[in-house]
Design a protein around this ligand. Structure first.
Ligand code: COA
Length: 164
């Protein structure tokens, strides 16, 4: 059975992520969407919120599972018996960083492959930080995130503003 992992911070999930999830799930028997920590980032949504937003927008999908993990991606791959990491490439500017990550992961576990999928052109400019920036200023997040995530994202930034 082929098990692929699509890892990310998902802070928050966007339509660009969903596009990759949909397409990747057709290439394997089982796809695990894994909420991991990028130690270079300080997330706005805590891990539970990111996980539950993903679960909310994905619903029950036959061969898709949402998980979180605290540690190295290759250790998670080993734990779940996965062979392949799926990453989305939006532009050439993503390539250098993604290549470095793929080579580090390969060094850590030579059995693990990284599969790059080109992001759909309509999402090639999209990022979670762009969505956060829009939400912070009351912009139209609904253009960029799944319907089921819109309210929670708006609410998060209302509360953040109120707390400032
Ligand atoms: N559509 C829209 N946006 C996309 C996208 C797509 N198809 N693909 C990526 N993005 C966005 C993401 O939302 C993210 O936006 P942000 O920077 O505004 O948050 C950005 O592109 C970068 O995505 P990515 O490179 O996947 O980074 P990430 O932070 O989401 O995920 C981890 C990185 C968590 C997978 C990585 O840090 C990791 O593996 N951590 C675990 C520790 C580890 O093993 N490290 C590697 C060895 S050192």
């Amino acid at each position: 059975m082929s098990i692929f992992v699509y890892p990310g911070s998902f802070d928050p999930v966007t339509n660009g992520h969903l596009d990759i999830i949909d397409r990747a799930s057709k290439l394997c028997d089982h796809l695990i969407v894994a909420v991991l920590t990028n130690s270079g980032k300080c997330p706005v949504f805590d891990r539970e919120e990111r996980l539950s937003l993903l679960q909310q927008v994905m619903g029950e999908r036959e061969n898709i599972e949402i998980r979180s993990f605290d540690g190295l991606l290759v250790h998670f791959m080993e734990e779940v018996g996965a062979t392949t990491i799926v990453k989305g490439l939006r532009a050439m500017s993503d390539f250098e960083y993604e290549m470095q990550m793929a080579l580090i992961n390969k060094h850590l576990n030579p059995a693990v492959e990284t599969l790059f999928m080109m992001a759909d052109t309509q999402y090639s400019f999209l990022s979670s930080s762009a969505v956060r920036e829009l939400a912070r200023h009351g912009g139209p997040v609904e253009d960029f995130v799944p319907e089921g995530a819109v309210e929670a994202i708006r609410r998060k930034f209302k509360h953040k503003d109120a707390g400032q």
